[in-house]
Design a binder for this molecule. Structure first.
Ligand code: G3P
Ligand code: MG
Length: 355
């Protein structure tokens, strides 16, 4: 009974700190947990499985809806994760729905980019795969791509139940949701859309809007050295677009290290904390609704650490050596507040500091 009482009283206290975990290069490489991530995360839960420390995943990656990513991560890491705790590079696309209410938009990237956009509330959305399939000969190399899966395209097009005529219905927005799969075709078709007022094969016209979920030059996957990310794709697209057009490419990118991503993460962490102590009402004054420290555990100095640095207090950056950063000491240009080998070591440090 006394244990129950102490558990209850502990739960009614507002946690004074929170944690944001980067995923690739900190918790996972490819699809495999690294750096003792399952054990590290388990330490944030009480013995009865109740969350003790508010935390979120703050990744520039994506490609599937947050709900699906939460269940994938739950399986991989052996804990119960809620969709609220998953903030992906493309999560802010949700806020653009009203701007494209009745407009046709194209979604690019690995996974299920069109599903992501549909879940956010976009109504007229097609993946670049499905969109390209309407234009005969748009990809002169198609016949050499034996890996293309035609089945998913048909179901996506049927879902849109389209009476749309893509010869006259212009694309108003292109969204790079996740890392593009077929760079050559995607750059070709995006140049067509963006150079010709959203109507491939037609006259030059005003550029439709282009949004990218992040601008990571590289990231750490399963291969020993970093892989080219969405930022590298952006450089390729921009350089080619600018070579074939008079006006330079206009675009907006989201993701870390943008300071608004960290502001938004702070608000979501606060929501996670509120859900943890449902019966306990926080004070009304904004001061009482702040964390004393939020730890950003990341592997990429130019993205995770720079972002936390720019966000300022209450952010505190912890750099691991399991991903993009592999150096001995600290990073020269974007030094972290703390450097550790693994995420497990990061959690040990944070829990000791906050005890
Ligand atoms: O494509 C994934 C990558 O750009 C970054 O993921 O989890 O390291 O922010 P993360
Ligand atoms: Mg990373």
């Amino acid at each position: 009974f006394s244990r129950l009482l102490s558990n209850l009283s502990q739960r009614s206290l507002r946690p004074s700190f929170g944690i944001a975990f980067d995923i690739d290069g900190v918790l996972l490489r490819g699809g495999n947990p690294i750096g003792g991530s399952p054990q590290a995360l388990r330490r944030l839960y009480a013995d009865d499985g109740i969350l003790k420390v508010p935390y979120i995943f703050l990744t520039n990656g994506g490609g599937v809806p947050e709900s699906k990513r939460a269940s994938e991560l739950s399986k991989l890491l052996g804990i119960q994760i809620s969709p609220l705790q998953v903030v992906q590079g493309h999560s802010p696309f949700r806020d653009l729905v009203r701007r494209f209410e009745n407009d046709l938009v194209v979604a690019v990237g690995k996974g299920e980019p069109a599903e992501v956009m549909l879940e956010y509330g976009f109504r007229k959305v097609l993946s670049i795969d499905a969109y390209s399939s309407f234009f005969k000969d748009i990809d002169p190399l198609l016949q050499y791509k034996h890996w293309r899966n035609k089945q998913t395209l048909t179901s996506e097009v049927n879902k849109l139940n389209s009476t749309l005529n893509f010869d006259s219905e212009a694309v108003k927005g292109a969204f790079i949701v996740s890392d593009p799969v077929d760079w050559g075709r995607d750059i070709q078709v995006l140049c067509d859309i963006l150079s010709c007022g959203g109507l491939p094969g037609k006259e030059k016209g005003p550029q439709p809007a282009l949004y990218l979920a992040s601008d990571d030059l590289s990231y750490q996957a399963a291969f020993p050295s970093e892989r080219l990310g969405m930022g590298a794709f952006r450089i390729a697209l921009e350089s080619i677009f600018n070579s074939v057009n008079k006006n330079p490419l206009q675009y907006t990118y989201f993701g870390k290290p943008n300071p608004f991503v960290f502001k938004n993460a702070e608000a979501i962490l606060m929501q996670v904390a509120s859900n943890m102590c449902a019966e306990h009402k926080y004070g009304d004054s904004p001061k009482e609704n702040q964390f004393s420290t939020i730890y950003m555990i990341g592997d990429n100095p130019a993205v995770d650490i720079k972002g936390a640095m720019k966000a300022g207090r209450p952010w505190f950056s912890v750099l691991t050596r399991t991903g993009v950063f592999k150096g001995e000491g600290n990073h020269q240009e974007y030094p972290a507040d703390m450097v550790v080998d693994t995420v497990e070591e990061a959690i040990e440090y944070i829990l000791n500091k906050e005890a």
